[in-house]
Ligand binder design. Structure first.
Ligand code: NAD
Length: 504
């Protein structure tokens, strides 16, 4: 079975085998090895991908280092930003193809990959503007003796390691600030979603960036990813992925004293008080867990509902869940598609079985029989859940939401925080004093009050506890991660200098 292209607007796209992109060339892996890329809708082969390894990483880093020293770091900002804006233009031109490739590769519904492609172009425009207007230093006059001023200089070669759940948007979320601030880049995309990363290489090639400024090495985490993390000439690693992988990367980066940024997993609470606008809370709750097929780091996988409204809210949840449109990811009306791969599909199904063993009542939508070849998990509610269950403590990363009853504010804050993660949180109440109080008590990097997960690119994005270390986004990315300050100390007067060894 192959995906059907159901919209006239989607062009026929021929998906070829994929090479690495190193020093401005599309090249095979030095070992000649490839791996197979599979379509989650049909579990059929899509194409073969060059499997990069240590020698490819070494070559990519050498070319990126040369490009940094000779071409990129000293380019005038206005010239660099022409390239960054050109990449944004080309992403916009190719947005439909990007959305198609991403839906084909990941199983994400095309209506959602379209908005991700648009966001990717915005990432480049945003950082072009941000760097041009905000990446300036400070001056510290010291009486009439000195002026100290700061410059924010790029780090050099940076490694960007990304996951498969929103690949193109997350890649550009890192590539845009890294390049705009003057670094050169090795991108190691997730092995399960290589198509749009290859498209990004084609776009950047077309934008005419100097050779070696941007490189893509496809391959596995424990080979290509590992070599990138350990390479002594790579100055920093920005990583998005699972918490366990993040911990391994931090350990491996330590030998070469690399800077790391960690965007990791989540198990975020959504709390609905009895005075909440239930219709809006319902829309946000359903979207927050079932968009991106539930494979969203900030998903509200634990929903806490006040005792007084629980029965009413659960009835509404069930009605919505039963109506979610499960379908072909390439159909624009599809709301829920297949999970990325069979191993992950089995993991998510295993958690649903575990929920039954732990005492949950499981309520699910129905996957139409014509989609049985794909990795479809129906939208699932785990009712009568308690926060101590494994299904409420571990990241499932699928369309599965635990529903937990609460009665008192203190109690719900305590259980919402009783989890190792701390990425996001959501509070629904008409009482804004309580909304702020509860939001401020939740241990998470980002909390929304009476809103779904929507965000401005200027905010600090990231999590606390096992959900991450450091923040990206806005000026946090450009000042705190992709550049470092250098202080220049200038004497402007004849200040006293100690005169060691001088004959009196
Ligand atoms: P993953 O950790 O399995 O893989 C992520 C990337 O790391 C891949 O490119 C992989 O090849 C690479 N990798 C694996 N082992 C490595 C190693 N030893 N050295 C170097 N690189 C290695 O994660 P995933 O399954 O692709 O993504 C899902 C996870 O990502 C979920 O936990 C999700 O919550 C998280 N995520 C977090 C955010 C956030 O912003 N906090 C955003 C999206 C996804």
């Amino acid at each position: 079975m192959t995906n059907s292209i159901t919209e006239h607007s989607i062009r026929e796209v021929i998906v070829k085998d994929i090479s690495l992109y190193i020093n401005g060339q599309f090249v095979p892996a030095k070992t000649g090895e490839t791996f197979t890329n599979v379509n989650p809708f049909s579990n059929e082969h899509i194409n073969n991908i060059a499997a990069g390894g240590i020698d490819d990483i070494n070559e990519a880093v050498a070319s990126a280092k040369k490009a940094f020293d000779t071409e990129w770091k000293d380019l005038e900002i206005s010239e660099r930003m022409k390239y960054i804006n050109k990449i944004a233009d080309l992403i916009e031109e190719e947005a439909e193809e990007i959305a198609y490739l991403e839906a084909l590769d990941t199983g994400l519904p095309i209506s959602q990959t379209r908005s991700q492609a648009a966001r990717a172009a915005t990432n480049f425009r945003f950082y072009a503007k941000m760097v041009e207007t905000h990446l300036h230093g400070q001056a510290f006059p010291v009486e009439k003796e000195f002026i100290n001023y700061t410059l924010h200089r790029p780090l050099g070669v940076v490694g960007l390691i990304t996951p498969w759940n929103a690949p193109f948007m997350l890649e550009t979320w890192k590539v845009a600030p890294a390049l705009a601030t003057g670094n050169t880049v090795i991108l190691k995309p997730a092995e399960l979603s290589p198509l749009s990363a290859n498209k990004l290489a084609e776009i950047i090639d077309k934008a005419g960036l100097p050779k070696g400024v941007f490189n893509v090495v496809h391959g596995f985490g424990d080979t290509a990813g590992d070599a990138l993390v350990k390479h002594p000439d790579v100055k920093a690693i920005s990583f998005t992925g699972e918490t366990v992988t993040g911990s391994i990367i931090i350990k491996n980066a330590a030998d070469s004293l690399k800077k790391t940024s960690m965007e990791l997993g989540g198990k975020s609470p959504l709390i609905i008080f009895d005075d909440a606008d239930l219709d809006r809370a319902l829309d946000a709750t359903i979207w927050g867990i079932f968009s991106f097929n539930g494979e969203r780091c900030t998903s509200n996988s634990r929903v806490f509902v006040h005792k007084k409204i629980k029965d009413e809210f659960i009835e509404k949840l069930k009605e919505r869940v039963a109506n979610i449109r499960i379908g072909d990811p390439l159909d624009a009306s599809t709301e829920l598609g297949p999970l990325i791969e069979t191993q992950h599909f089995n993991k998510v199904k295993g958690y649903i079985e575990l929920a039954k063993e732990e005492g949950c009542e499981v309520f699910q939508g129905t996957v139409p029989v014509q989609f049985k070849a794909g990795n479809y998990v129906p939208p699932t509610l785990l009712l009568n859940a308690t926060n101590d269950m494994r299904v409420c403590q571990e990241e499932i990363f699928g369309p599965v939401m635990a529903v937990i009853e609460f009665e008192h504010e203190d109690e719900v804050i305590a259980v919402a925080n009783d989890v190792k993660y701390g990425l996001a949180g959501f509070v629904w109440t008409q009482d804004l004093t309580r909304g702020h109080r509860v939001a401020q008590a939740i241990e998470a990097g980002m909390i929304w009050i009476n809103s779904h997960n929507t965000r401005d690119l200027r905010i600090p994005f990231g999590g606390t506890k096992a959900s991450g270390i450091g923040r990206e986004g806005g000026h946090y990315a450009i000042f705190e991660f992709y550049t470092e300050p250098t202080v220049i100390h200038v004497a402007i007067g004849d200040h006293h200098i100690p005169q060691f060894g001088k004959k009196s």
